[in-house]
Design a binder for this molecule. Structure first.
Ligand SMILES: Cc1cc2nc3c(=O)[nH]c(=O)nc-3n(C[C@H](O)[C@H](O)[C@H](O)COP(=O)(O)O)c2cc1C
Length: 168
């Protein structure tokens, strides 16, 4: 199974089932295999599976997926850029790590949907407040993880015209 090709943003989940905590930790482990600038440890994770916390997330801004549509989330936390060797690279590191989570989840038969927080200032303010972020660390993005009621199926977005050879 080519999970990279199959992964899709899933917005309908079976709320009667919950992804086991250990599986969610395993997904965070896969995030840590992503490349990081100068090997810096610039991210942490908050596994959210408590409906009281999700209830609070429901009031936060979101895109097409509403927070009540899934019962488990991995919140990607970026460390304060001031604490890093190279500030400014962490959004790239975090983005790559998030993709690892989603591809591994797809391989496990799970569904995911990435919900952007950074760099939207309004979303960052509200998520940072909800999770009482401190010391300059901030919520970067949120990944819904659950048992999909939609299919992870290939959507070929590739346009060969976007590939250039030696010049643009
Ligand atoms: C930075 C970023 C932010 C996103 N934010 C949201 C969001 O807030 N809500 C949502 O439902 N989907 C969100 N998505 C998912 C995109 O809508 C989705 O990836 C896109 O439509 C392509 O579909 P696919 O993931 O099935 O290939 C986001 C994706 C990215 C990369």
């Amino acid at each position: 199974m080519d999970a990279i090709k199959l992964r899709r943003s899933i917005r309908k989940y079976d709320l009667s089932k919950k992804v086991p905590y250990d599986t969610l930790v395993e997904l965070c482990k896969y995030a840590s295999y992503a490349p990081t600038a100068r090997r810096q440890i610039d991210k942490e994770y908050i596994i959210v599976d408590d409906e009281k916390v999700i209830e609070k997330m429901k009031n936060l801004p979101h895109g097409s997926l509403s927070y009540e549509d899934c019962n488990t989330y991995i919140v990607m936390v970026a460390k304060d850029p001031k604490k890093l060797y190279i500030a400014g690279m962490e959004p790239i590191d975090l983005g790559m790590a998030a993709e690892n989570v989603m591809i591994k989840a797809c391989e496990l038969g799970l569904g995911t949907c990435y919900l952007g927080v950074y760099p939207n200032e309004e979303r960052m303010k509200q998520f940072n407040s909800l999770f009482s972020m401190k010391d300059g660390d901030f919520v970067f993005g949120v990944i819904a993880v659950g048992y999909p009621l939609e299919e992870n199926k290939e959507w070929d977005k590739f346009d060969p015209k976007t590939v250039h050879h030696n010049k643009y």
